[in-house]
Design a protein around this ligand. Structure first.
Ligand SMILES: Cc1cc2nc3c(=O)[nH]c(=O)nc-3n(C[C@H](O)[C@H](O)[C@H](O)COP(=O)(O)OP(=O)(O)OC[C@H]3O[C@@H](n4cnc5c(N)ncnc54)[C@H](O)[C@@H]3O)c2cc1C
Length: 381
């Protein structure tokens, strides 16, 4: 059987997320953009409704939703506001490698409490000198008895200033390159963990992004996620689940931009008729609609493949690159359709353009997605 109809459950999640985006996110999106205030109140309500940490298994108090329903929710939340959406979804990124590779004890200690009350987590891999090139990282964890001593710095860590714990990757054996990286859960309150100031970003401004420094932090050996030497695999493996969700968020932003553009193009008149009747404008809107449809299909296939346990790394990268690039183009075209008003903060589309840019950068840049896609294709020959 083949079809695109959603199940009743999927439809219900989608509607729940859409109503939440419309009633709880959109009304405060501009406020949080301007003030950069972390959206605790919105997150509290989202947590109560079960819109956060959706892939945590039932065993740990979650709903155990797959990537596909996660993507449906992610699109709707991003339609509401991607700044607030990123604050929510960053939890999912930190949780993903722990759910894949963490011990039952770690999940009970760090994951389950996140279902009882609103707690945030962060995924700390990027460093000042190591973003796309993860192997260039210099953070180290040196074994000392039943502990590891962690030293180094991380950069651009979402939720760093508001989290209870971080998923951290460090070298335990630098000589072994990728195979010498180990992942740990590090509590934010431990001695030697220091978070920097909240970064002032171009878009998604209420999301909390900071540098983190580790100075002689003592990490118990039981806080290793998985086993020593598997940190790189876990950190990258998480993206198979999360990239379709980021891609879906880009679809949600693009859809919002297109809707605003259509509404404005039907209202605004030049040369005696609505600008929607000028072919140059109408075709821009047609391009938006076709890219949104195509992008959503890619997301659905990438997410569905993840849920089937099929290899989806290439599809996840395709979905992420396609939709990140499309969202940025569509948001820019929406500004164009608004003309001078599009450039002004009184109208919603300039925020969408600023917010859209990061989709091409975080969770692997658009160039890195193409690198993954091309390597996977070319290595088969
Ligand atoms: C707001 C924000 C939130 C973030 N959140 C997190 C987080 O929660 N956790 C985390 O660990 N990180 C996070 N990041 C970091 C993010 O993932 C990195 O910024 C990203 O991976 C790029 O790394 P970089 O900034 O070091 O750029 P670089 O790796 O230095 O890249 C610079 C440019 O060179 C290009 N480039 C690099 N290598 C290649 C290549 N081999 N081929 C072609 N082009 C290449 C890149 O595409 C880019 O255009 C966040 C970043 C931002 C800005």
């Amino acid at each position: 059987m083949f079809g695109f109809d959603l199940s009743d459950d999927h439809q219900a999640f989608r509607e729940l997320a859409h109503d939440f985006a419309e009633n709880e996110m959109r009304p405060v999106a501009a406020h949080h953009d301007q003030t950069m205030k972390y959206p605790w109140e919105v997150l509290k309500k989202a947590h109560e409704l079960g819109l956060m940490n959706t892939h945590v298994p039932e065993e740990y108090g979650g709903m155990g939703l797959g990537a596909f329903p996660g993507a449906l929710i992610s699109e709707e939340l991003a339609w509401g506001c991607t700044g607030i959406g990123t604050a929510m979804e960053a939890n999912g990124l930190a949780l993903a490698p722990v759910l894949i590779g963490g011990s039952h004890e770690l999940k009970k200690k760090y994951v389950a409490p996140m279902m009882d009350e609103l707690k945030m987590a962060a995924y700390a891999v990027t460093e000042p000198g190591a973003g796309s090139d993860v192997a260039a990282m210099s953070t180290t964890a040196v074994r000392k008895g039943d502990k590891y001593i962690l030293n180094g710095s991380k950069m651009w860590i979402t939720n760093a200033g508001v989290c209870d714990w971080m998923f951290v990757v460090a070298y335990t054996d630098k000589g072994a390159k990728h195979k010498g990286m180990t992942a740990f859960i590090v509590e934010a309150g431990w001695d030697g963990v220091e978070v920097g100031k909240k970064e002032i970003n171009m878009g998604q401004r209420c999301s909390d992004t900071r540098a983190v420094t580790f100075t002689d932090v003592e990490v118990p050996a039981e806080n290793i996620v998985g086993i020593e030497g598997k940190g790189f695999l876990l950190a990258m493996g998480a993206f198979d689940h999360t990239r379709p969700l980021v891609a879906s968020a880009a679809v949600g932003l693009a859809k919002a931009a297109m809707e605003y553009a259509i509404e404005y193009a039907l209202e605004r008149k030049t040369m005696g008729r609505p600008i929607a009747q000028h072919q140059a404008i109408a075709f821009m809107i047609a391009d938006m609609a076709k890219d949104i449809e195509a992008g959503r299909l890619l997301v659905w296939k990438a997410a569905w493949s993840a849920d089937q346990g099929r290899p989806n790394t290439t599809l996840a990268s395709m979905a992420k690159a396609f939709n990140a690039d499309a969202a940025h183009r569509i948001a820019s075209d929406a500004v164009q359709i608004f003309g001078g008003y599009g450039f002004n903060t009184e109208y919603p589309v300039e925020k969408l353009l600023r917010d859209s840019k990061i989709f091409q950068i975080y969770e692997g840049t658009s160039q890195i997605q193409r690198l993954i896609i091309s390597r996977n294709l070319l290595s088969r020959r």
